[in-house]
Design a protein around this ligand. Structure first.
Ligand code: B12
Ligand code: SF4
Length: 474
């Protein structure tokens, strides 16, 4: 059977704000996970529109499309095209799960929730010529899932080809998060068997790993065993976790020992009113600075996530958030305009209150204001968001934040990571064009190398960085 798997790109791919590097980070892991259930005799063509031009003039028997909110319209067009040609088209992913009635007219079958149980069930039905219209994921387990078909991934097109997920979901229930909508009707947090996770890690070449799990420390027992097993594997890795999990027990030390070098942390807001309103209880009364200091003392760089536009936010929120990030040496900040994804509690509340201003999903990219704001106007929110990005990533603030670290090595790593990520667009574009992106991996691995506590090893003369800054060469 000829099978086509497609991850369509978002509408923004054609906008002047498109940052090719942002979309050349991770391969289509969801589709490669599903491909493992196909037969070795199937002829599979997996295409990721973020990094390649789609070929749509082929004649597959089965077309599998992954739908996110911001690629939904494009996904539907591709689906319609293949259905006209007589292919059997199936749609799944987050957006289909949130809005099955919207997706259904564009598909022969739709899939709600994760695919590990529904997709093999469908394949059996399909081969027996009895496919159903809707497949709803009721059984949630990752036990004995087949190895991901990484051979289908064009590794040289991604900066981080070794992305991996060893858990699904998260133990928390924040109102704005996609998670409860996607995992509705079954378990909302579950893990792989530790041995299976370790076997998947062993299969990955090189040193660097990026765990895309929503909350890698969410199950302490699983994480402890995973980190124990990873000791001695000589890996460096990046992951995501919550503020409370950093402060609790000594799991974070174990993670650092296993190779954790950079962590995505959902700070989101400093306002207890906002936290309560968003049901982000796990952040309430937690000392963010203590969490930051703990990570830094372990040599772990921080990617802080912050949401703007929650109801308690006023005009000062942008400056407060940027200043805090710089003062506390956050390496990279990811800012979001609050976005009510369909299916979430936030969306339901806002719809009830008549606050949803548009249902143009292309705008639901966390850069646009799609709802009626309260203390801020929509323009203030959007301008403040743009200002925050510009300000945080100004050279002055990158230097300030870097130089606040104790050890010289951490200062240098911060500077290279943050500056490299935001300030070298032409270099990234060149590497993407010449399909050399993964050759830069050893540089990333060395930026993520270990910082020993109070490391005073003088890799380069930091004073010279300050001189460069003062002379405004950069
Ligand atoms: C990696 C990632 C990215 C990467 C790359 C995506 C890629 N190449 O796959 C990058 C950096 C490009 C990215 C960008 C964005 N992302 Co993103 N991203 C993620 C992240 C962290 C992991 C995705 C992943 O690999 N999951 C693991 C795999 C195994 O799961 P999966 O992809 O969901 O696939 C499973 C199921 O969905 C299902 N499935 C999927 N498709 C199909 C199809 C069929 C037919 C079937 C049967 C099953 C099926 O089966 C798979 C196995 O279970 C998720 C968070 C998350 N935990 O999912 C956010 C997430 C998907 N991103 C999100 C958003 C909002 C964005 C951006 C708009 C953010 C922005 N401001 O730029 C952009 C736009 C992306 C786009 N293309 O439209 C939201 C989506 C919300 C929504 N309702 O759609 C999420 C959920 C984050 C969040 N918490 O809000 N993202
Ligand atoms: S902690 Fe993060 S992943 Fe978990 S529900 Fe909240 S926002 Fe979602």
């Amino acid at each position: 059977m000829k099978v086509k798997m497609i991850l369509p790109a978002l509408a923004e791919a054609e906008s002047p704000f498109w940052r090719p590097i942002k979309y050349s980070l991770f391969p289509p892991l969801g589709l490669a996970t599903l491909a493992a259930y196909l037969s070795p005799d199937d002829e599979i063509d997996l295409q990721d529109q973020h990094v390649e031009t789609l070929k749509l003039n082929d004649n597959p028997d089965l077309v599998i499309i992954q739908v996110y909110i911001t690629n939904a319209y494009r996904a539907y067009k591709i689906a319609d095209h293949y259905r006209e040609q007589g292919a059997y088209v199936i749609l799944g992913g987050l957006h289909v799960t949130s809005l099955p009635h919207e997706a259904a007219p564009h598909a022969d079958s739709i899939f709600l929730g994760p695919g590990e149980e529904t997709f093999p069930r469908f394949l059996k039905d399909f081969r027996n010529r009895t496919p159903q219209k809707v497949y709803n994921s009721a059984i949630r387990t990752l036990d004995k899932i087949p190895p991901i078909r990484r051979d289908l991934i064009k590794r040289n097109r991604y900066l981080v080809p070794n992305s991996i997920v060893v858990t699904r979901g998260c133990p928390h229930h924040c109102d704005f998060c996609y998670k409860d909508a996607f995992f509705e009707g079954g378990k909302t947090f579950y893990t792989q068997l530790v041995d299976d996770a370790l076997a998947e890690i062993e299969r990955l070449p090189g040193r660097h790993l990026y765990f895309l799990d929503d909350h890698l420390l969410g199950n302490a027992k699983f994480a402890t065993e995973l980190f124990e097993g990873m000791k001695g594997m000589n890996r460096v890795f990046q992951a995501a976790a919550t503020v409370d999990s950093i402060l609790r027990g000594n799991l974070i030390e174990k993670a650092a020992e296993a190779g954790l070098r950079s962590l995505f942390v959902g700070f989101e807001t400093f306002s207890p009113v906002n936290l309560k309103q968003s049901n982000k209880k796990q952040n309430l009364q937690k000392d963010y600075i203590e969490a930051v200091n703990r990570l830094h003392s372990l040599g772990i760089m921080i990617n802080g996530s912050f949401v703007f536009g929650l109801d308690d936010d006023d005009k000062d929120v942008f400056k407060r958030t940027v200043d805090w990030g710089v003062q506390n040496s956050i390496t990279t900040s990811t800012y979001h305009v609050l976005t009510p994804y369909p299916g979430t509690k936030l969306y339901k509340d806002m719809e009830q209150q008549g606050r949803i201003l548009t249902k143009n999903w292309d705008l639901y990219d966390t850069r646009n204001v799609v709802y009626q704001t309260t203390k801020l106007t929509a323009d203030e929110l959007k301008d403040g968001y743009n200002w925050a990005y510009k300000e945080f990533y100004s050279w002055e603030n990158i230097f300030k934040a870097s130089l606040n670290h104790e050890s010289h090595k951490h200062k240098l790593k911060h500077l290279m990571y943050s500056g490299g990520w935001k300030k070298f667009e032409p270099v990234w574009n060149f590497l993407i064009k010449t399909k050399n992106l993964n050759n830069i991996l050893p540089v990333l691995e060395s930026v993520l190398s270990k910082v020993k506590p109070k490391d005073n090893e003088l890799l380069i003369n930091i004073q010279s960085i300050e001189n460069v800054k003062n002379s405004q060469i950069l």
